[in-house]
Design a protein around this ligand. Structure first.
Ligand code: ADP
Length: 255
């Protein structure tokens, strides 16, 4: 890595749902100024790992370290306060709100204020919690989608909505970004914008964790790839190493 040390590390992290071992003894790390990709077939545990990292799930075992501090099991808002933001494939916030207001809610995650207060932008939420409109607009501009600022989020094309999710995650001012399938449903021009945004975050020393099905996009963007299969880590390497790994190939081609 260009900068020393992992910002985020898991040590033997595990999660079970009843008897289902969704994640078993997984140790991964993500470094600042790098894009770390999590790949693997459906059901391999990628989303579970993201949910453990952002605090939505409590680990059944193992440790989650941020700056070498054990934070596994802490509430999502406490982990968000430490500078971790994630995007959602299906936004949690009612999408009839304007895109600008939606992006401004990106900051609610770092506070204990409820989702409803964030959505309604109640005074308790607005006082310093929400990004202001100018800031939200600047983020939309950064992604080249400021023209949709006044439109309801649910009127936007899927690709644009993914970019709006990226803008919303930026509003929290995080240093660790968890991007959940942000590349899916994007056309070529949206992909170019997304790539630029991710490169920008990386250049600024941000830590990006990418869960992504788009393998060419992963190969292009990732510095390091972790491969999950049936809840276990089966490979870690650079894009070149992963492409040459026969186990990974087998996992994807069934060979
Ligand atoms: P991926 O994101 O790689 O498709 P997931 O993390 O969604 O994989 O799923 C891994 C396993 O964990 C699956 O067997 C899935 O059914 C299970 N799982 C994930 N979340 C839950 C949950 N909230 N309750 C029960 N089982 C879950």
């Amino acid at each position: 890595g260009r900068l020393d040390g992992a910002v985020l590390r898991t040590e033997g992290l595990s999660k079970s749902f009843g008897g289902n071992k969704a994640l078993q003894d997984v140790s991964v790390e993500a470094r600042p100024g790098e894009v770390t990709a999590l790949i693997g077939p459906n059901g391999s545990g990628k989303t579970t790992l993201l949910n453990l990292i952002c605090g939505f799930y409590r680990p059944s075992g193992g440790r989650l370290l941020l700056d070498e501090e054990q934070v596994g099991g802490r509430a999502p808002y406490r982990i968000a306060r430490l500078g971790v933001a994630r995007t959602f494939q299906t936004p949690l916030i009612p999408q009839h709100m304007s895109t600008l207001a939606f992006v401004a809610t990106g900051r609610y995650v770092t506070h204990r204020v409820g989702l409803l207060a964030a959505v309604l932008r109640l005074p308790a939420f607005r006082r310093g919690y929400a990004a202001d409109d100018a800031e939200a607009y600047a983020l939309l501009r950064l992604l080249g989608i400021e023209d949709v600022a006044d439109r309801p989020v649910n009127s936007l094309a899927l690709g644009t909505r993914r970019l709006v999710e990226v803008a919303r995650s930026l509003a929290a001012g995080p240093r660790v970004f968890l991007f959940d399938e942000v590349g899916s449903g994007l056309d070529e021009s949206d992909l170019v914008v997304l790539e630029r945004a991710i490169e920008m975050i990386r250049a600024a020393g941000g830590t990006v964790i990418l869960v992504e099905h788009n393998f060419p996009l992963v190969l292009k963007l990732a510095d390091r790839i972790h491969v999950l299969s049936q809840g276990q880590l089966i490979a870690t390497g650079t894009p070149a190493e992963i492409q040459a790994d026969r186990r990974v190939l087998a996992e994807y081609t069934g060979a």
